[in-house]
Design a protein around this ligand. Structure first.
Ligand code: PGA
Ligand code: MG
Length: 232
């Protein structure tokens, strides 16, 4: 029997609308740093390259806003590493307080499973937070592997992150598809030689659709799109 097909999902902006909790924690962090707040819309475009990138973007944007209000030079009250730690202490326990799965997610995953597909998650979010979120939504048992941003030596767009996740799931590169919303997902997929499907409901720009092997408008379209891309 041939290796089962594997669908590898990005998390934020693909399975989960994580903006509400990430933005709330970003505002808490800014408040601790005595910097002005950011809106959900502002934080939305900062998600996808991992927590360090998010925290740096949030603090930079807060500093820019502060500069427009006062000419006083701003000194961060702690190191970047401490800022990341503070952010994750705020975020991990409350990651699903306001955030929700995109409509149709559970049904699409179950449909793929029933059709014999293996499922995996490849997210730049730290693995502990990713697992906690999947547990909260009762989805953990559906996945053969959960590759977080800190699970391997490198993270998306480095293809090693996707390749490590595929290996852990017991899949094969030629029998895998990556579904994601942002350039790091596309970069990891093309670097690994894996087909890429663009999730149009996520946080990425439509420009990525032109480069993708396929594009889907909703979770409900995933099973048929993946079957077309990778026939049994
Ligand atoms: O940037 C993050 O922390 C997570 O993003 P991802 O789930 O879209 O990879
Ligand atoms: Mg994403």
């Amino acid at each position: 029997m041939s290796t089962p097909r594997l669908a590898v999902f990005d998390m934020d902006g693909t399975l989960l609308d994580s903006v509400p909790d990430l933005a709330a924690c970003s505002r808490e962090l800014l408040e601790i740093c005595h910097l002005p707040p950011l809106t959900d819309t502002e934080v939305r475009t900062m998600i996808g390259n991992g927590v360090l990138a998010l925290v740096k973007r949030v603090l930079n944007a807060g500093r820019e806003k502060q500069k427009a209000i006062t000419a006083q030079p701003y000194v961060l009250p702690f190191t970047e590493a401490e800022a990341v730690q503070t952010f994750m202490e705020l975020y991990t326990p409350r990651a699903t307080q306001l955030s929700r799965l995109f409509p149709g997610t559970q049904q699409a995953l179950e449909q793929l499973k029933d059709a014999g597909w293996l499922l995996a998650v490849c997210t730049n979010k730290p693995e502990v937070a990713a697992r906690r979120i999947l547990d909260d939504f009762g989805l953990t048992s559906l996945f053969a592997a959960i590759g977080g941003g800190d699970s391997f030596a490198a993270h998306k767009p480095d293809p090693a992150h996707l390749l490590g996740t595929i290996k852990q799931a017991g899949g094969k590169v030629s029998r895998s598809v990556m579904i994601g919303d942002m350039p790091p997902d596309y970069g990891a997929a093309t670097g690994a030689g894996v087909k890429f499907v663009f999730a149009a409901w996520g946080y990425g720009s439509g420009a990525l659709a032109a480069q993708a092997d396929g594009q889907v408008a909703s979770m409900a379209d995933i099973p048929s799109a993946l079957h077309a891309l990778l026939p049994a």
